[in-house]
Design a protein around this ligand. Structure first.
Ligand code: SAM
Length: 348
């Protein structure tokens, strides 16, 4: 056998380091795929546990974060375009007005962290006004919606690093390690804060403060208290999209947990408690019936309700009071001229 020439040696070295890179990539990808699978199994277990626990209570309920499977996310997008659904277009208008002000107070190399980012459409208003935002961390339970937002935003803002986190913003959130030390702005639009009662909202705002760290700011969109004549149609539209969104929860439970809900035997109901300033959504059993879920039987009386969502409405000062209890300092609050919706800025 003849000795290798230096060029052959070089090629062999290059080939072996290329192989090492590929092997490392395969291992990393296997690790990632395993991580995704393990997470999906865990999420499925938690979903089953929470549905069974909620339907076992004297007043049956299902947590509202389960609305957002793929169909639910699309239906929600549709809701935001309905004439009766004022919150999205009103919040968008406020954000367009205030974005230059927010941008003028944003330090260079800042990161925007969005809790429950959905399609990240409102985010674009802040990103466009504020090139100092160089990192964007959208957090959502729906990975399909995160994937498409990342592709769209990275194409539109080539300097922006989009680093989605799939998961529950109420739990531990694993931020990219090098986010530490960067100025952070938390973003919580869409009146998602309204899905929590007052105590839970204080807990959530405290959790966000701990996640974002000292020196951070938080922008929160919150729906204002107003007449039921405006509120009820927003949660029970004439085209029946909100009803379809609510009933889709049962379709999801059938598909993912092997349940036997006959969706046509449940109807959508939205109520407003003026004193509490709170919308509640329910699925109401049209008839006496039994439903099986994962080997468990649940009995429904005619007219019995499953509670599926609260949407708490806040006067500006009410939400500010909760933010102060959570350790935030009040920076600003903006509303639209008709006082339908509010956007708040807090700091810590
Ligand atoms: C009402 S949408 C708002 C979307 C967007 N922020 C906006 O304002 O247009 C709520 C979003 O929060 C997500 N979400 C709800 N609860 C969540 C939770 N506990 N953890 C992470 N994401 C959540 C849903 O998947 C959904 O995309």
């Amino acid at each position: 056998m003849s000795a290798k020439t230096p060029a052959q040696d070089q090629r062999a070295d290059a080939a072996s380091s290329e192989r090492e890179v590929l092997e490392r990539e395969v291992l990393e990808r296997e690790g990632l795929e395993r991580e995704v699978l393990e997470r999906q199994i865990l999420e499925h277990e938690v979903f089953a546990r929470e549905v069974l626990a909620g339907l076992s209570k004297a007043r049956k309920s299902i947590p509202c974060q389960y609305f957002y499977d793929e169909a639910g996310s699309l239906l929600f997008e549709h809701i935001t375009e309905l004439p009766e659904y004022y919150p999205t277009r009103t919040e968008l208008a406020i954000l367009r007005d205030i974005a230059p002000d927010i941008a003028s107070r944003t330090k260079p190399h800042a990161a925007l962290v969005e809790f429950g980012s959905g399609s990240s459409l409102k985010t674009e208003i802040l990103l466009s006004a504020c090139p100092a935002l160089e990192r964007y961390v959208p957090i959502d339970v729906s990975h399909t919606i995160l994937d498409s937002a990342k592709t769209r935003l990275e194409a539109k803002y080539p300097y922006l690093r989009v680093e989605p986190v799939i998961g529950d913003f109420m739990g531990e959130v694993k931020f990219p390690a090098d986010l530490n030390g960067l100025p952070k702005i938390g973003f919580f639009p869409g009146s998602t804060i309204g899905n929590f009662d007052h105590r839970a909202a204080v807990g959530l705002l405290t959790h966000f403060r701990a996640l974002l760290g000292p020196g951070s700011r938080l922008i929160v969109g919150a729906d204002l208290r107003k007449s039921p004549d405006i509120l009820i149609p927003a949660y029970d539209d004439a085209a029946g999209v909100t009803a379809a969104f609510n009933v889709n929860l049962l379709t999801r439970i059938n598909r993912e947990l092997g349940a036997t809900f006959e969706t046509s035997k449940f109807e959508h109901l939205a109520t407003y408690d003026i004193a509490a300033g709170r919308i509640d959504m329910f699925l109401v059993s049209r008839t006496a019936q039994d439903v099986e879920i994962a080997g468990h039987r649940f009995t429904f009386a005619e007219g019995e309700r499953i509670h599926t969502e609260i949407s708490q409405k806040y006067a500006v000062e009410e939400l500010q009071g909760l933010a102060e209890q959570a350790g935030w300092t009040i920076r600003a609050a903006w509303t639209d001229p008709a006082r339908l919706f509010s956007v708040h800025e807090f700091a810590c």
